[in-house]
Each structure stands twice: as C-alpha cells, then as structure tokens.
Design a protein around this ligand. Structure first.
Ligand code: SF4
Ligand code: SF4
Length: 112
C-alpha cells in the first residue's frame, strides 16, 4: 500500500536495461571490409555473407543476420575488426513475421 509498484506499464513505460545488455544488431556497411569473420565466429549460423543489392556501390559480400537464429552472444561484435556490427540495448523484437528479423546488408541498419 505504501511502497511504489514493482511493475511498469509496458509498453508505455520501459525499464532501463543493463549497460552491457545485448539486443538488436546495427550494421554499418560502409565500415565493413567483407572479411567474413562474423560469419565464421557465429555459433548459431545466424550470419551469412551475401551480395548487396546495390552491387555497383557495394561489390563484395556482406553479413545478412537472422535474429530469429541469434542467441545474442555478441561474438560478431567482439571479433569484427572494423566495428561494423554492434549490438544495441533494443530488446523489443517480438513479431509474428519472422522475415522481419532477417536483416539484409542493404538495409544498412544503423543506429539513429
Ligand atoms: S550475436 Fe552471436 S549468435 Fe547472434 S549473430 Fe552475432 S555471433 Fe551470431
Ligand atoms: S561485419 Fe565486420 S567481421 Fe563481418 S564481414 Fe564486415 S568487417 Fe568482417
């Protein structure tokens, strides 16, 4: 009766995540050197090196990430020599459309 509620009114209110929380990935195609290390270290085979749609601007292969397969271990972030992949604190990824969890390189998904 006298103490504050333990819960929040999600999704209107959110709890702060831990500083090192590992959530949704962001990828910067302009930093990527197409070395393929992220694909090789991914334990869940969630990363596949694929061609970009804009082959003129991006002629090499780049990581396509399927967050539906990902265990959010952050090895891709840790081993990327250019800091092209980063995991953010965004955990709000629930969806009925599994295709929306596949991030293609051309999406060039960057943090705002
Ligand atoms: S966080 Fe781990 S499982 Fe997810 S894509 Fe990166 S290496 Fe693979
Ligand atoms: S995202 Fe990083 S590790 Fe993956 S191919 Fe590009 S530079 Fe290499």
């Amino acid at each position: 009766m006298v103490s504050k509620p333990m819960t929040v009114k999600f999704p209107y209110e959110k709890l702060e995540t831990a500083e090192r929380y590992r959530g949704e990935h962001v990828f910067d195609i302009d930093k990527c050197i197409s070395c393929g290390v992220c694909e090789r270290v991914c334990p869940n085979k969630a990363i596949e090196m694929v061609s970009a749609k804009d082959k003129e601007k991006y002629p090499k292969k780049y990581p396509k990430i399927d967050l539906g397969k990902c265990c959010f271990c952050a090895l891709c972030q840790e081993f990327c020599p250019k800091g092209a992949i980063k995991l953010t604190k965004n955990y709000f990824l629930a969806t009925f459309d599994s295709v929306s969890l596949i991030y293609i390189p051309d999406k060039n998904y960057k943090e705002d």
